[in-house]
Design a protein around this ligand. Structure first.
Ligand code: GCB
Length: 616
């Protein structure tokens, strides 16, 4: 093609993308390994509980008005003329650290639920004039409106998934103003909804990066073992840009294997690789291979592990071998800091604690955690359950709520589909049985299977009793028919009777599937001691652990457990003075990092289970 034609095409493409600029319709895969400039650091902020910077006095959003005037905060207006009325100033406002929740950074924001405006100024020189630039947010809780240099880039809903916008045409070399309105008000129709048992941390809670890519670039790819095979690597590559039909090369140097495929008119190509012998990823040897994907102007490198995960009858098979999942639930929180976990160090700390328990598995509750967690787990050989924030009572009949939950699930899978450690996509937690609920969850499960058929589907279900037999617990939920592993939460000994009740419980579980217990536990204030019948003592919690593990071990299909929870965590629902003080105390490790007695009970149990399963 002649250069002049190419240039024409390029400008045509630019015109098209600038029109579509308010849509964040796709995610860029593997941002950490791209050409990125971090926008982490101090951002000016304005607390705006009445959303004065967003709505005019008739409550019309400024960004729907052709002449927003001086009130719209996103315009980031400066007082240059002393007669002009401007009632805000980012320049004179304090700063918050990004990434990070706002609640733990300033006492007066601890309970704040509402809007805060963030602004960050930056200069940017592209390394090549034809390159494209995106701004990428790891997550912002819950709703965010993003503006660059006074123009709206888009709105994102959902507190735990990434989003990006192209800013190529708005970017200046000097003095860019990136403004984000973040609103963490809980909403009835939201996902999650009004009621949760965790802290509603607001803000730009994860990394913010500028990503520079060539005009046509490798936007996405999927590289995993093909379902049902042990040595066939299969997947797709997706290009984005103006020359969509290209030759793409996929190479795994250590396996001495590569292939070349042609992308179609939509920029997509599927491929397979048949290496002679793959060292498969497993907790004992979390082997990751360097994978290189190259198109004309772009090369992306990732580290990817290959393993199979499937169920057979009541067994869970990792690489064909029956396993027991020695797990623990984790919230995305650093208890020592009392705030959202967001860094590689936080991930390392949390997963180290799980390793100390001799875990080979973690349940990342109750929403997608940051990417550091997943990548660390991949490196450390810890299998992962990821969860969509469909928690307790969602508006099952609201199509917008379903669309929202589906989008969050899609983005979670999109981000983490290349991580071998992820073995389970969980659709929901403790949702009340009804037709509307089951249809909602079925739609999600179908979507997850469509996007990724290489992993297992589950959900944390509930149990019910038998009026005729107080010692019988029944697991019977129509959604259990649609999952690969039956998981349920139970609190015998804490919400349901005293610890010795565990000794007499019998479980009725009719499914011929592996069974895991996604939660059990009891509250204990670290350092509070007494007899085993005194609530909130470490001894009470210890007793619940001893008896529960005995009780669960009698279930023939028992293949794993994730007690609730690794660390104490903040929850505004937990108000008991001198005991809870705003913290859920079910951690096996306290708020100060000290292990409780139950920690050692669990550790011992896991050592025994490891022995038992290595002998198998
Ligand atoms: C549950 C929930 C979890 C709570 C926990 C508790 O069943 O799934 O989010 O924090 O119980 O402590 O009551």
């Amino acid at each position: 093609m002649k250069t002049s034609k190419l240039i024409l095409l390029f400008y045509l493409f630019l015109a098209l993308t600038s029109q579509a600029i308010t849509k964040s319709s796709f995610l860029i895969q593997n941002v950490p390994n791209r050409n990125i400039i971090s926008l982490n650091g101090k951002w000016n902020y304005i607390i705006d509980p009445y959303e004065t910077g967003y709505y005019d006095y008739r409550y019309k959003p400024y960004d729907e008005s052709p002449n927003p005037g001086n009130g719209a905060f996103y315009l980031d207006k400066k007082q240059t003329d002393k007669t002009e009325l401007i009632e805000y100033s980012f320049d004179k406002s304090p700063t918050l650290w990004v990434p990070g929740d706002w609640n733990s950074q300033d006492d007066k924001l601890l309970y704040y639920e509402g809007t805060i405006w963030y602004r960050r100024l930056f200069d940017y020189a592209k390394s090549s004039p034809n390159n494209r630039v995106f701004v990428h947010f790891g997550a912002a809780n819950y709703e965010s409106d993003v503006y660059l240099n006074g123009k709206k880039l888009g709105k994102h809903i959902g507190g735990f998934t990434p989003f990006n916008y192209e800013i190529t045409n708005l970017l200046k070399e000097k003095g860019n103003s990136l403004v984000v309105k973040v609103d963490n008000k809980r909403k009835r129709e939201g996902v999650p909804t009004l009621n949760t048992d965790w802290w509603n941390y607001g803000g730009l809670t994860r990394d913010v990066n500028l990503v520079e890519v060539p005009s046509t670039f490798i936007q996405d790819y999927f590289v995993q073992l093909k379902k049902g095979t042990t040595n066939e690597i299969a997947g797709f590559v997706q290009l984005n840009g103006y020359v969509l039909q290209q030759t793409v090369k996929i190479r795994i140097p250590e396996l001495k294997i590569s292939t070349e495929v042609k992308t179609d008119s939509t920029g997509k190509a599927i491929f397979t690789l048949n290496p002679q012998k793959i060292e498969r990823w497993c907790p004992e040897d979390p082997k990751l291979y360097q994978v290189e994907i190259t198109c004309e102007d772009n090369k992306v490198i990732d580290k990817i592990g290959f393993r199979t995960i499937e169920t057979k009858g009541t067994d869970i098979l990792l690489n064909g071998k029956s396993i027991f999942l020695r797990g623990i639930c984790i919230h995305e929180e650093n208890a020592l800091r009392g705030g959202r976990a967001y860094s590689e160090q936080d991930a390392q700390m949390l997963l180290n604690s799980a390793k100390e328990l001799n875990c080979n598995y973690v349940r990342l509750a109750h929403y997608p955690h940051n990417e550091y967690m997943i990548r660390k787990a991949d490196e450390m050989g810890i299998m992962v359950w990821e969860e969509n924030p469909v928690y307790w009572t969602i508006q099952w009949d609201n199509p917008e709520t379903l669309a929202n939950a589906t989008q969050q699930l899609t983005d979670e899978i999109s981000r983490d589909k290349n991580r071998a450690c992820v073995i389970i996509w969980s659709m929901a937690n403790e949702t009340p049985v009804s037709d509307a609920r089951t249809n909602f969850l079925k739609t999600l499960a179908n979507k997850a299977r469509l996007l990724d058929n290489t992993r297992l589907i589950s959900a944390a279900l509930e149990t019910h009793g038998n009026p005729a037999n107080p010692n019988e617990r029944i697991v019977e939920d129509p959604f259990a028919d649609y999952v690969d592993i039956v998981n349920f939460n139970e609190y015998v000994g804490w919400y349901d009777g005293l610890p010795d009740k565990c000794d007499n419980i019998s479980w009725t579980i009719k499914y011929n599937k592996p069974v895991m217990i996604s939660e059990f536990g009891a509250g204990a204030l670290q350092g509070l001691h007494g007899d085993a019948l005194t609530r909130w003592t470490e001894e009470y919690q210890e007793d619940v652990y001893v008896r529960t593990l005995k009780m669960l071990s009698k279930i023939p299909q028992f293949r794993g457990v994730t007690p609730w929870i690794l660390y104490d965590f903040r929850s505004p629902k937990r108000v008991l003075p001198n005991i809870q003080d705003g913290w859920n105390r079910k951690g096996v490790i306290g708020q100060n990092g000290t292990k409780k007695k139950a920690f050692y009970v669990l550790r011992k149990f896991y050592d025994e289970m490891e022995q038992k399963y290595t002998k198998k």
